[in-house]
Design a protein around this ligand. Structure first.
Ligand SMILES: [Zn+2]
Length: 349
């Protein structure tokens, strides 16, 4: 048995030595180490040896196996290198050809529109403001003239960070912001008047989810505070915004609306861009409710340290998620957060 194994070792190593292709190597590998190979057969025959010989012969068989496998691996690597070098130096190989194209990423449609609108407002002399998504109750409600017992707090379906048992009603509770308006408050405090600012960002509400309601959505809020600012200025900014988003002018109208932080408050409607005489988007009315806005309530100015006898202002809010749905005809708000690549690939990169 011992002689037979040594013989196999000699044969194997010699065969590896002369092998000149991957196929040759494969043949040696299968012939010696495969299921029906010579060394495998020797290992299987161990059981027929006298017990005292088994350990030594077993060890030798393993040594032979490892030696041959090692030689095969080294030779295989050498052959691979040689084949690659031959390919690289051969005719018809052009190292300057471009490689395979990598799949390109793109912007999320909400991100893309946010950038577009930021550019638009920067061109109109606004600054872009940012604020925390986890916000003090005071900034989210109190400073916006929404007192503790105000129904707006309930209607906002706030997601609280502070547990109910620990809320004191002193404005120190912590919430996920329910709108981007607290950024106005922060910007006013930081920069004072006069001020032109837009604040895009994510907002959060506890909603029953459906095609038009999502727990996380996007808004962009605008605030202008200056001397002699009025409704005409506001209307101009809103119309410019709509034209920027929809790519064309739409007929608009103002209706009275109520929001605690503006007085008077308005709802701006735009002509339905999808129909001439009523469709499912405008529910047959030919008007789409697009943007709330109004003249900033004096309490809001005062609570940010701005003298309301000297300055006035207007504010408007735009549901970014909603406007992106309108622009691209998206029928379900939940697509935005779905993470679906099939959905995202439909938008220009
Ligand atoms: Zn319509």
């Amino acid at each position: 048995m011992r002689e037979r194994l040594e013989e196999l070792r000699g044969e194997g190593l010699a065969a590896v030595e002369v092998a000149s292709t991957e196929d040759d190597l494969r043949e040696v590998e299968v012939g010696l180490l495969g299921r029906k190979g010579g060394i495998t057969a020797a290992l299987k025959a161990l059981g027929k040896l006298p017990p005292e010989e088994r350990p030594l012969i077993g060890q030798l068989a393993n040594e032979v196996k490892v030696a041959i496998q090692g030689a095969i691996d080294v030779k295989r690597s050498t052959l691979g290198q040689a084949a690659l070098s031959a390919e690289l130096s051969g005719e018809g190989f052009d190292a300057t050809l471009p490689g395979p194209a990598l799949p390109g990423g793109g912007q999320h449609p909400i991100q893309a529109i946010t950038r577009e609108l930021e550019d638009l407002f920067l061109s109109m002399g606004f600054r872009i403001a940012d604020g925390p998504e986890v916000e003090l109750e005071e900034n989210n409600f109190d400073a916006l003239n929404i007192p503790t017992d105000h129904p707006a707090r309930e209607s906002h379906d706030t997601i609280w960070i502070t547990p109910e048992s620990q809320r004191q009603g002193d404005g120190r509770g912590v919430v996920l912001r329910t709108h981007t308006s607290p950024v106005q408050v922060r910007a006013l405090r930081e920069y004072g008047a006069p001020l032109r600012v837009v604040a895009p960002g994510r907002v959060f509400r506890q909603e029953a989810l459906d095609a038009t309601h999502e727990h996380t959505f996007h808004q962009m809020e605008g605030l202008v505070v200056d001397k002699g600012v009025g409704v005409g200025h506001m209307l101009h900014a809103m119309n410019t915004l709509i034209e920027g988003v929809m790519g064309r002018k739409l007929e608009t109208r103002l209706r009275p609306g109520f929001f605690p932080f503006v007085e008077p408050g308005f709802e701006l409607d735009a002509r339905c861009p999808f129909c001439q005489d009523g469709c499912s988007v405008c529910k047959g009315s030919r008007w789409i409710e697009l943007m709330p806005g109004g003249l900033v309530h004096p309490h809001v100015l005062e609570s940010a340290g701005v003298d309301s006898s000297e300055y006035s202002g207007y504010a408007f809010g735009l549901g970014l998620s909603r406007i992106v749905m309108l622009r691209y005809g998206i029928d379900d708000i939940r697509w935005f957060m779905s993470g679906s690549l099939d959905f995202l690939r439909q938008f220009p990169a």
